[in-house]
Design a protein around this ligand. Sequence first.
Ligand SMILES: NC(=O)c1ccc[n+]([C@@H]2O[C@H](COP(=O)([O-])OP(=O)(O)OC[C@H]3O[C@@H](n4cnc5c(N)ncnc54)[C@H](O)[C@@H]3O)[C@@H](O)[C@H]2O)c1
Ligand SMILES: C[N+](C)(C)CC=O
Length: 488
Amino acid sequence: MKKMFINGAWTEARSGKTREIINPFNQEVIATTAEGDAEDTKLAISSAREAFDHGEWRHTPAAERGGKVLQIANLIERDKEELAELESLDTGKTMEESRADMDDIAGVFRYFAGLADKDGGEVIESPIPNSQSKVVREPIGVCGQITPWNYPLLQAAWKIAPALATGNTIVMKPSEITPLTTIKVTELMEEAGLPNGVVNLVLGEGATVGNELAVSHDVDLISFTGGIDTGKKIMQAASGNVKKIALELGGKNPNIVFADADFDTAVDQALNAAFIHAGQVCSAGARLLVENSIHDRFVEALAERAKRIKLGNGFDEETQSGPLISGEHRAKVEQYVEIGKEEGATVLVGGSRPEDPELQNGFFYLPTILTDCRSEMRIVQEEVFGPVLTVERFENEKEAVRLANDTIYGLAGAVWTTDVDKAERVVSELRMGTVWINDFHPYFAQAPWGGYKQSGIGRELGKPGLEEYTETKHVYRNLKPEPLNWFK
Ligand SMILES: NC(=O)c1ccc[n+]([C@@H]2O[C@H](COP(=O)([O-])OP(=O)(O)OC[C@H]3O[C@@H](n4cnc5c(N)ncnc54)[C@H](O)[C@@H]3O)[C@@H](O)[C@H]2O)c1
Ligand SMILES: C[N+](C)(C)CC=O
């Protein structure tokens, strides 16, 4: 049984409860984990609190902390293949995707290791004579970190690496559906020799473990990646002690294709945008906006390619896309396609489960393209988080921008055109945290990631992703203290 990690020890749940972890490709049980609850979480929080308040970690020289983060990167690289296999087993994604994730993850630890000792504070020009002023950044304290199931270890890495580099202590709660790689990396962090209590891992549900992290007055920051409804609950729960919050939520991301775009490249990348990891990507290009004059030709070419996407076992080299994460999630996707049809969308491709007998035990759904979509439809507005692409038409630049921004979300989007000026004009109007020009999906450790509008609060990655884990302190020193005699 896979256990939790609290105060440097691998522990079972106090209740003795366990959970079976299921492979979404065939529904086989791949592991059994401890199933923690609020009581286990309280213990983990106490351990992190003690390690922060009375331990050596936050006083460890930044370069030394960076060295530990670098060591974790090296261990991840050493065990990359094992980690990738665990991620594919747990999520169903292809090994190619999992290996790419592991490279990114090691890179994230490496990047934040390098930043750990680069901020020596800033001297401020004080307007007051005979004084010195400086600004320093300090760790926030105990960080509760909650991650989703679609990129389990990647999203954990974006939180763990900067939190450690800046001297915080952590209670991590991975998705209860896909905890395996986070457990394995906790083992690697133990191997790297982090002091007891600096990293704690609690396994279990959001309503118990996650909620305890959000409400606890001993947690100073909650960093959450997941759905918008959960994000709102966490915001409310976190208000009790006004803890810092960082939210990475969903998206309904527009992919805008102008008639002057490189046609074949835009078609090819529209497929990636919508269907990689079966569309279970926060930044998936799930809303395709195509200029009217090329709409029919574009959609026809896209449909031809979408029909040929090979679904299967993530461990099979021929497989291009794996299953959805669970039966429950597939039912949600199916329901959305029905809603779309009732709203007047036309199913051009897909719209059902595959018939292939070899896929019947997995949670598969065919890549689906819905045309005749309009902005006001729920299928266009709400995050489906599956292999479902809606297509809308536009006449001109102004309409493209209006449609693209017409959503509560603001995570990411792309514009395809060979006209550089047009690209710049459109980008400056898009209300999103990431905008790609003639590309879709790149993200890397050096560039901040996060959402405008209801896609979230704060940023991960880049320098802002490090600063999220710090408090800013102004230190003012009077060099010539003397009585003021204000009160005579
Ligand atoms: N913006 C980003 O970078 C990003 C990245 C990945 C995923 N996401 C989003 O994540 C969502 C999919 O993930 P999901 O289905 O796992 O999301 P989810 O909100 O259901 O769960 C995310 C995590 O929150 C926990 N949780 C659930 N209820 C909770 C509660 N009341 N209090 C505290 N924690 C709770 C879950 O156990 C899980 O660990 C999508 O909306 C996707 O867009 C966003
Ligand atoms: C942020 N990203 C793209 C890695 C995963 C979103 O689901």
